[in-house]
Ligand binder design. Structure first.
Ligand code: ADP
Ligand code: MG
Length: 518
């Protein structure tokens, strides 16, 4: 044998390295857009042909490059953004490895046109070898065209997604970055992203996100619990405007949602964390999506607390203003579904700034600066759920115990009812109910039990019972519900995560009228 060690040529080295940075068209678009942002671009246009496999073009109006830099930038480890290792700690720009352009040009037919405002330069490269350099006319800015991606690495080409799947991936990349940079205008295949504030941009891209998060270091939006998804696809997390992936922070948000969402679903959110660059290490993954925090516990708590605050009832309600009893409301009338223990004067609920005005069907209208609508059915579901969960809801003895015949194997599920504060016994294959929690009516019990037997959970059953309330609500009863609701664990959502309240503005009312007649 005659061993022979050969030094790899730079273009082969670049092809190997390309695997790290250049996975697919989406990762290329991400690198190119980040370069444009680093160059201070105000407009960035992205165009694709065949999901990017035929052509990716990214054009910007940033600072551009002079002729020398235009050549240098294609070399590996050529970067204008980092000089010493210490710079890594304080880096504010997106890219810093000086790897992207070298890697992308190594696996494509690559064209760079750039100008720093004086002389423009055009550089053509094939598989990483520069084949042509010439002056060209161009306004300040940079255009990069990537053609025939992976033409020289067939193995990589084989593992690519379809053109349409790739286009969808690119779209998500552009949207993700565009949400963090509302001051920059973006277009994708000619379609401009509207919105010049962060809120507008996010709404344009993702639709409404109801709860605004407004912490010292964390801002953004979380969607209502009812909009949670089976995957994390609706989660956008940024650190210092850079999109990142962090199972840790995902978990912090989920924790803040608490029992508002089911165990296996994932909240939707767009959250921006501003943090001292020294407290975070973004250099963990070549794609720079994963991060490591110096103090994980602190960041976790900060995120959790800020998101919890967004759900806090205070966002909708004012603080209690006094402890004076409320003489205006009488509870003599037996409240619907509630044999309320007689309210003694001194235990009357607090007075809040919201004033009950009227009942509209199954909604209570409260007046604050504007108005608030309370969905009384959803409120009832929440109150019922909480009273069953706490199992200390004052039990109401039934004058005529309910008797329900049990089928084979149903005893165990029946006896589990006692955990809900339901007093029951089993007598010869018959379930006998002696007392029910105050918010569960005897008339509703048979259907409650039928669903309970089927294995439905308390969330589903309470919400269903809430929706099936048909009775008319008086203002007293509605007010009573509203006050009860405020003692609940989560007065903003029914047990399935549907909102109980909505704020209504004069503008909303105008829309109703215009909508009806316009
Ligand atoms: P990095 O971004 O990590 O520095 P790149 O390979 O992505 O590495 O880019 C190399 C260099 O090319 C950058 O540091 C920058 O000086 C220059 N460059 C790349 N893209 C642009 C652009 N769109 N406008 C101006 N300069 C650019
Ligand atoms: Mg870069």
């Amino acid at each position: 044998m005659n061993p022979k060690i050969l030094k790899l040529s730079p273009s082969v080295i670049n092809q190997i390295a390309a695997g790290e940075v250049v996975e697919n068209p989406a990762s290329i678009v991400k690198e190119l857009i980040e370069n444009s942002l680093d160059a201070g671009a105000q407009r960035i246009a992205v165009d694709l042909v065949e999901g990017g496999f035929q052509l990716i073009r990214v054009e910007d109006d940033g600072c551009g490059m002079g002729p020398e830099d235009a050549l240098l930038c294609l070399e590996r480890h050529a970067t204008s953004k980092l000089q010493t290792v210490d710079d890594l700690q304080t880096l504010q720009t997106m890219g810093f490895r000086g790897e992207a352009l070298a890697a992308i040009s190594a696996v494509s037919h690559f064209e760079l046109k750039t100008s720093d405002g004086s002389l423009g330069t055009r550089v053509l490269s094939e598989g990483g070898n520069i084949v042509r350099v010439e002056p060209t006319a161009r306004n300040r800015g940079t255009t990069i065209e990537v053609r025939s991606l992976f033409y020289n690495v067939p193995a990589r080409k084989k593992f690519q997604k379809s053109a349409s799947a790739s286009a969808a991936q690119v779209t998500k990349v552009v949207e993700t970055i565009a949400m963090a940079h509302p001051e920059t205008s973006f277009s994708l295949n000619g379609k401009e992203f509207a919105g010049s504030s962060q809120k507008e941009r996010i709404q344009e891209i993702l639709g409404e996100h109801e709860h605004e998060v407004n912490g010292a270091n964390l801002s953004g939006f979380v969607a209502s619990p009812a909009k949670a998804m089976a995957t994390r696809a609706g989660q956008y997390f940024y650190i210092n405007k850079r999109p990142i992936f962090s199972p840790l922070l995902s978990k912090a948000v989920k924790q803040a949602f608490g029992t508002r969402i089911a165990e296996h679903s994932h909240p939707r959110f767009v959250l921006f964390l501003e943090i001292d660059p020294e407290a975070v290490d973004v250099n963990v993954h070549p794609q720079k999506r994963e991060v490591r925090f110096r103090d994980e516990g602190r960041v976790f708590r900060m995120v959790q607390e800020a998101v919890e605050k967004a759900f806090s009832p205070k966002m909708i309600f004012s603080e209690p203003i006094s402890f004076t009893p409320l003489p205006a409301f009488s509870f003599q009338e037996t409240p619907y579904r509630e044999e309320a223990p007689p309210l003694k004067e001194e235990t009357l609920p607090l007075v809040f700034q919201e004033k009950p005005i009227a009942v509209l069907g199954s909604y209570l209208l409260l007046q604050k600066e504007g108005w608030i609508l309370v969905d009384l059915r959803a409120a009832y579901a929440r109150i019922l759920y909480d009273s069953l969960r706490s199992s200390r809801g004052a039990s109401q003895s039934l004058i005529w115990p309910l008797e329900i015949p049990l089928g084979p194997g149903e005893e165990e599920r029946a006896m589990a009812l006692s955990e809900l504060g339901i007093e029951c016994r089993i007598l010869k294959k018959t379930l006998v109910i002696d007392a029910l929690p105050s918010f569960l009516e005897a008339a509703d019990f048979p259907s409650f039990f039928a669903e309970w037997k089927e294995g439905k959970n308390l969330e589903q059953i309470s919400a269903r019972l809430g929706r099936s309330v048909k009775k008319h609500f008086s203002l007293e009863i509605a007010t009573f519900y509203w006050k009860k609701l405020r003692e609940c664990s989560d007065c903003l959502y029914d047990p399935l995560g549907n909102p109980i309240f909505a704020e209504v503005s004069e503008e909303d009312l105008a829309k109703v009228i215009r909508g009806k007649h316009g």
